[in-house]
Design a protein around this ligand. Structure first.
Ligand code: IMP
Length: 184
């Protein structure tokens, strides 16, 4: 396989594709066991969660509806502004359904806090969160994901859906960028 040109900007690979796929498969089994016979809707948060979402959904051995929400992101900055805005709302009604929010990463926790409150206001049966990555060191609010792929150190990561300035989402691994990429 030829080397991905975007890898030139990468300092090191934090989590390999093989580790990611195996962990997602285990998460899917855990979720399927917990939601057996329940009316489940996976709500993917655009755009960072799309790659994780697709893999988790394919690995889930039970029926589940899907929908997506887009909320304002950091833009080109590498830290949270704390302001959350809905850019695209759900298409289907989740009233009375069990909602599983699918996120790429929980950082300050502000996005998640907003999303959970937003879902609960729709009279859902329950709301939980599955995230590929968790950076607990950076938490500003007391909130924990219910299903977590990997706990990572306080480093800005890209790949497997996560971007810096809309780049690197299509890398197959979770990677740490060379510092000069975001300081220049
Ligand atoms: P929170 O509201 O601070 O928890 O931020 C969550 C969102 O920030 C995620 O859904 C990501 O889009 C973005 N984010 C946080 N940390 C990183 C990172 O290391 N790389 C890329 N995006 C990140």
């Amino acid at each position: 396989m030829t080397k991905h040109p975007l890898m030139e900007d990468i300092a090191h690979v934090l989590i390999t594709e093989r580790q990611i796929l195996s962990r997602i498969d285990a998460m899917a089994d855990e979720i399927a066991a917990d939601y057996r016979d329940k009316d489940l809707v996976l709500v993917g948060i655009l755009k960072g969660a799309v790659v994780f979402f697709a893999e988790l959904y394919k690995s889930l051995r039970m029926p589940a509806a899907i929908d997506f929400m887009a909320i304002s992101s950091y833009g080109a900055a590498t830290h949270s502004t704390g302001t959350v805005r809905v850019l695209k709302d759900l298409d289907i009604s989740v009233e009375g359904k069990h909602v599983l929010i699918v996120e790429d990463i929980v950082d300050s926790g502000l996005t998640l806090q907003y999303l959970k409150t937003n879902m609960l206001a729709r009279s859902v049966a329950s709301v939980r969160v599955a995230t590929l990555l968790d950076k607990p060191e950076r938490r500003k609010v007391d909130i924990q994901p219910d299903y977590c792929g990997f706990t990572i150190p306080n480093e800005f990561v890209v790949g497997y859906g996560l971007d810096y300035n809309e780049r690197y989402r299509n890398l197959r691994e979770v990677c740490v960028l060379k510092p000069e990429i975001y300081t220049r």
